[in-house]
Every structure is written in structure tokens, then in C-alpha cells.
Design a protein around this ligand. Sequence first.
Ligand SMILES: [Zn+2]
Length: 308
Amino acid sequence: MADFPRSLHEFQRRFPDPAACAAYLSTARWPDGFVCPACGHAKAWQLETKAWTYECAACHRQTSVTAGTIMHGSKLALSAWFWAAYLMATHSNGISALQLQQQLGLGSYKTAWLLCAKLRRAMVAPNRALLSGLVEVDETEIVCRSKDDPLTGGGGRSHQGKMPVAGAVEVQGRGPGRIRLIAINDYAAKTLHAVIKDHIASGATVKTDGWAGYPGAPDVNHEPHVIGPMAAHLVLPWTHRVFSNLKTWALGVYHGLRRKHLQAYLDEFVFRFNRRRTRHAAFRSLLGIGLALTPATYHMLIAPEARA
Ligand SMILES: [Zn+2]
């Protein structure tokens, strides 16, 4: 799988039609040739009446190459799924439903929106590992967009029109490791402690700006840096960088985020950030391909995902 396409042009040449996508899925699932998931028999016929489905020669169980993936049972062509996942995984800013509709020539905005929503739902790995080592933790506010008007909020100290977000960034040497972004209701100690408990491994060292909400968090070492607001970017450079990129992205791609979908969008940003060096794995996990693999190869391929 090392020969993953490096450009959209290459990608479209590699997956020109649904058959090429089905062949890829088949190889991903059975790298050494078909094996019946029911009886282990290695011989099967490909059905002509059912797309991308094999029937075991021994027990006659039918197995689709899309079983266990996000594409299973979908009326959309496999190539549309592949291209959408590729764009979403590799485009450094992601892609909106409207852009996707235009790029892929999809019939309706609704189809594109549902496709995006399904791919986005695959962005949080259920077994992802907690952040560990040295972890910066900070909080920020994102300006939100209400249903009708383009942007609300702005000045003032009220949280109305703004949504508080907690962020955590692993510090690995001179750069950031993995991140988490969590929509929160307030900055109370109880809220922030819950964020730390849910996302950071016990024994980690949590570095904060010294806000009163952090001390006393269970099972982590706390490294507070009491500072004025102007110097926060010096003490917590990576959370500040991530927050800044998040805000630019939210405005650029979505023209502001909506409160209702905030966590889903944060998950999307985190997904792409954490896989910035493993776009191929990102593509596969969006389509749920890893989940459909046989146990022998499953662990090998899912391993980088489990860390992200
Ligand atoms: Zn069988």
C-alpha cells in the first residue's frame, strides 16, 4: 500500500471507476487472496447479480468487498466515495459539502452534505489513545454563526455568540504531536478537570497558563505558568498555534462554525491535524477500510490509527 497516489490526478488515474475501487478494497481485505470469513475456504465466485460480492465455493456465504466499510449499502458509486475521502483526507483545509458537490459533480447539495457527514462521523477512532508526556492545555473562544445571520458576537466579555473550546497539544521535542479539541460549556474547574481526565493519560505533565481552573486535576502532574494574557503564546506556543489555525480554518472553509455542529467540526480539524503525516491512513480510516480487514492484517494497519 506504499504506492498511495500523491496527487488528485494520480488518484483519479488509479481509481477511474467503481471496479478499480472494488479491486482495491478486495486487496485490502484479502492481501493473499479471498478467504471466506465464515469457513476460511479460499475459493469463491464473484457474483454477477450483486455488485462486488463473492460467494464462497464451500459454504456459499456471500461476502461484499464493502462489508464493514462506510460504503456498504450506499447507492453512491464507489469512486465517488473514494474521491470524496481522498479530498477530505489530503486537502490540508478539508472540503465543504458545496465544494465537494462541485468537484465531484454530485447531483444535489444534499447528497454531498450527507457524504461529508458520513465521512466526518468516521473521524473519531473509538480506540484512540490518550495524550501523554508533556501536554499543553489551554482554552479559547470561537465565534459562532447562528442559523440565519452570517456572524454573531465580536466584542464584549459575554460568551453569547462565542463558544468556549478547550485544547490539548502533546509537545514532542520542538514540535506538536497529537491534539484534541473539546467543546465546553464553561471554564469551571470541574469542566476542565473532566477534559483532562477524558483526553490525557495519567502520569502526563499538563502545562497551563496558571488559570485557577486547572490545579487539582486528578492523576496528572501540573506545570502552571502564571502569566499575563499577552505572554500566553510564549508559554503555550502550540495550543496558540492550533487555536489560531482552527479559527482561520473555521472562517475560511465554513464561514464560521455553528454551535450545533461544533464538536463534529473540531473532530474534523483534529483528525486532519493528527494525520498530517499519514494521509494514506487518513483516507482509509475515513472509508472504514481498516475495520473491514481480516484479524491478521487488521492490527498492523490500524496501529498508526490507534495512536491518532
Ligand atoms: Zn465459506
